[in-house]
Design a protein around this ligand. Structure first.
Ligand code: NAD
Length: 358
């Protein structure tokens, strides 16, 4: 069929030494950037995304346009569809899977808890089953989250710290993902690395995240709500710029040891690794707003309220010495310069999409 031809063609256009990577969640924020970076350096990339309606589907379609222009095909489908996965793995000998499809966001779990189980637990197992059966067996790199550190963690968070107090259902499903991945690694010899991202931001970002909807509301002259933790001081995040996250993803793919199994049979010991990908410099949310005000040249209408118990933690801060030591990279973008790139993209994207629908 036409669909199958496009899949095989898009995977074939690569140099002999490069990887062939299945990127799940390719129409998402991080997935789109990682796909472009892989393609740019000569790897074969095939995207998979179910284009769910968690946030503005126009933004996902616009990201897909960007990928199409770069020669990347995105299959519209769900990671829970085993038949589809089987077909993709039959058609394309993937060397790696970069798994970024997930139900993201912390607060949405109050409205739609099962979507987290569907994508982050069932979907992940389904994908790992397909990897287990594939021949060759791909190495897997996937996105976990800083949210696994949960309540009352000491800062900065290091990979060895406890992760047994998730503050949200999202965090619980990410933690479950880590246990599931570890199981697939030791039973089936699949090489797996989990990346705990810390609040990723940048161009083509997610409209449900604070820096994004603050920008939107500041520009509209609407009030923005900032949470303060009454007893425990400022609410702060270790904001990490998308380009730094992309570099972390690529180096995790590069260092992923070749899987040792195939066709569901384990042959030896494949690696299982967990890495913090953060910026190591938490910034209070009030300071984030001040930077945005300066960049947008508009004063925000701030309303400061006590932090509700909705799944958010007060403070995040990554210890990234493992990232530095084993993957050889340091984040390079501070919040001011990263936000300035985001604001530039935002103004450009939304003025263009007002003129023509994207
Ligand atoms: P995103 O929502 O922009 O991207 C996820 C993509 O996956 C979406 O396009 C969505 O349509 C797709 N998807 C969801 N469920 C699917 C399913 N069942 N089958 C196929 N596609 C599906 O989110 P993002 O910010 O790009 O996040 C990427 C990954 O990083 C996620 O695993 C997320 O949990 C994790 N993460 C992100 C951040 C952050 O700050 N952005 C922080 C920590 C972890």
């Amino acid at each position: 069929t036409d669909w199958e031809k496009r899949v095989t063609k898009s995977a074939r256009n690569t140099t002999a030494s490069s990887f062939t990577v299945l990127v799940t969640g390719a129409a998402g924020f991080v997935g789109c950037h990682v796909s472009l970076a892989l393609k740019h350096r000569g790897d074969g990339v095939l995207g998979l995304d179910n284009f769910n309606r968690y946030y503005d589907p126009n933004l996902k379609r616009a990201r897909r346009k960007l990928l199409t222009r770069a020669g990347i095909f995105v299959v519209e489908g769900d990671i829970n569809d085993s038949q589809l996965l089987r077909k993709l793995f039959d058609l394309v000998p993937f060397t790696h899977v970069m798994h970024l499809a997930a139900q993201a966001g912390v607060r949405y779990a109050m409205q739609n808890p099962s979507s987290y189980i569907h994508s982050n637990v069932n979907g992940f197992v389904n994908l790992l089953e397909a990897c287990k059966l594939a021949n060759p067996q791909p190495a897997v790199v996937w996105a976990s989250s800083s949210s696994v550190y949960g309540l009352n963690s000491k800062v900065p968070f290091s990979e060895k710290d406890r992760t047994d107090q998730p503050a949200s259902l999202y965090a619980a499903t990410k933690k479950a993902g880590e246990e599931i991945a570890h199981t697939y690694n030791h039973i089936y010899g699949i090489s797996i690395s989990g990346l705990r991202f810390f609040t990723v931001y940048g161009p083509w970002g997610r409209p449900d995240m604070a820096y994004f909807f603050f920008t939107k509301n500041i520009l509209k002259g609407k009030q923005i709500t900032i949470f303060e933790s009454a007893n425990h001081g400022t609410v702060a995040r270790d904001f990490t710029y998308i380009d730094d996250i992309v570099k972390g993803c690529l180096s995790a793919l590069d260092t992923a040891k070749k899987s040792t199994g195939s066709g569901g049979k384990k042959k030896g010991n494949a690696q299982f690794r967990i890495y913090n990908l953060g910026n190591t410099s938490p910034v209070p949310v009030t300071e984030l707003v001040t930077i945005l005000e300066k960049l947008l040249k508009v004063k925000a209408k701030r309303k400061v309220v006590p932090m509700p118990r909705n799944g958010d933690v007060r403070f995040t801060h990554a210890n990234i010495s493992r990232w530095q030591r084993e993957l050889g990279y340091m984040p390079a973008t501070d919040l001011k310069s990263g936000l300035s790139k985001f604001v530039k993209w935002y103004l450009n994207f939304y003025s263009a999409s007002k003129k023509k629908s994207v």
